[in-house]
Design a protein around this ligand. Structure first.
Ligand SMILES: [Zn+2]
Length: 391
């Protein structure tokens, strides 16, 4: 049966806004995108109308470790499916499963398991892992955050290749500290293999950052967190990230990892084409306060803060909440926020195939949000998995 979705506006993920959109869905895929003026609703079609909402592509989270009591490093179908269902209910359609620094053997096993699950069909109501983000082990001891010191490694092409091969080529993004010996060679090599390089957990100077950009680094991992602080005489990695228009920059927009004023600064510096909202969420996301796992270590969660020995350890943020926070903190329009959750991460990762777009031929993974950025409905493969199905 055909389904027709109508709304006040549509952001298509490719930069266009459509007034009074009419999206025709057949068998879980978008058959056509038109307007109410130009198209009739087919006889017998089910109609979902969100008159006061903006439709957009389902969100794409390029940095998430876990949710709903599970960590991606469990690498089991149960873990990824539980996560995927929870994420779909919060508007996320696709994600990169982010590893955390662990013994190399454990990381090799995890990426091998995740790669198999990426290739398999998933439950129809779940967000899907579409690649792997290696967060570590090539991070700075000075800015490791909660990544275990004993498992950090010096950048090595050989080690990277072992991880890449174990992951059957599904590694799409790697976070590394550009100032470490061997980091530039690895950044160049990873880029040549089609993996995007994001700079993070880093104490790099401006010159060290510039050198990494010259060999392919394109983004900044949870900007401001686990990074040399901004100094007007040594701008450092942060000064480069905020001032170089080529670079994408992730932000955990929860008001905990950085304050609302910092979100405004980041938005003004990076703007509509380069800012990327992420969660960095861990297994406690969507769960009550208590003790949880992040990769191989324990994390205490209370009142929206996840910590290990008092240091922030991932977040309990969801992307729908990140959008609301972004709109509230910056005063930007909701379609700006949609850019940061769909178009920009897709453009940075280079996934052209069905992630972050509302267009004919793509899977019908959409959100409807109101002007405050609040999620009204999340639609996965043409079915409402959260929110009100009006009409
Ligand atoms: Zn991190």
């Amino acid at each position: 049966m055909a389904t027709v979705i109508t709304a006040g506006k549509l952001f298509d993920g490719a930069g266009s806004m459509v007034e009074h959109p009419l999206v025709l869905v057949e068998d879980g895929r978008i058959a056509a995108v038109s307007t109410r003026e130009a198209s009739q609703t087919p006889v017998g079609a089910r109609v979902m109308d969100f008159p006061d909402a903006t439709l957009g592509p389902a969100f794409f989270d390029i940095h998430i470790h876990g949710a709903a009591g599970h960590d991606v490093m469990e690498a089991t179908p149960e873990a990824l499916e539980a996560m995927g269902k929870f994420l779909a209910a919060h508007g996320t359609g696709a994600f990169l499963a982010a590893t955390v620094t662990a013994p190399l053997d454990a990381t090799l096993r995890a990426v091998e398991g995740i790669a198999k699950l990426i290739a398999q069909p998933m439950d129809n109501s779940a967000a899907r892992p579409v690649g792997i983000h290696l967060e570590g082990p090539f991070l700075s001891h000075a800015k490791r955050g909660v990544h275990p010191a004993e498992h950090l490694l010096a950048p090595s092409i050989e080690t990277f290749d072992r991880l890449f091969d174990a992951a059957e080529g599904q590694v799409r993004l790697i976070t590394l500290a550009p100032e470490l010996p061997g980091a530039l060679e690895l950044a160049r090599h990873a880029t040549e293999r089609g993996v995007r390089v994001s700079m993070g957990h880093s104490d790099a100077t401006a010159a060290e950052t510039r050198a990494a950009i010259a060999v392919g680094a394109v983004s900044s991992t949870h900007t401001f967190n686990a990074m040399r602080a901004l100094d007007h005489q040594e701008p450092g990695i942060l000064g480069m990230v905020l001032s170089d228009d080529r670079l994408f920059a992730e932000l955990i927009c929860d008001g905990v990892h950085s304050r609302p004023e910092i979100a405004r600064l980041w938005w003004r510096a990076k703007g509509r084409e380069r800012a990327i909202l992420i969660t960095d969420a861990m297994s406690a996301t969507g769960m009550p306060d208590g003790e949880y796992r992040l990769g191989g270590f324990s994390v205490q969660v209370a009142k929206g803060r996840a910590t290990h020995d008092g240091v922030l350890a991932g977040s309990v943020l969801t992307l729908d909440r990140a959008l609301e926070n972004f709109v509230a903190f910056t005063g930007a329009e909701v379609e700006d926020g949609m850019h940061l959750l769909t178009t920009n991460p897709s453009a940075m990762i280079g996934l052209g195939d069905g992630v972050g777009r509302v267009a004919a031929g793509y899977e019908a993974n959409l959100v409807a949000v109101n002007a405050d950025g609040r999620l009204i409905a999340s639609i996965v493969r043409g079915q409402v998995v959260a929110g009100a199905a009006a009409g």
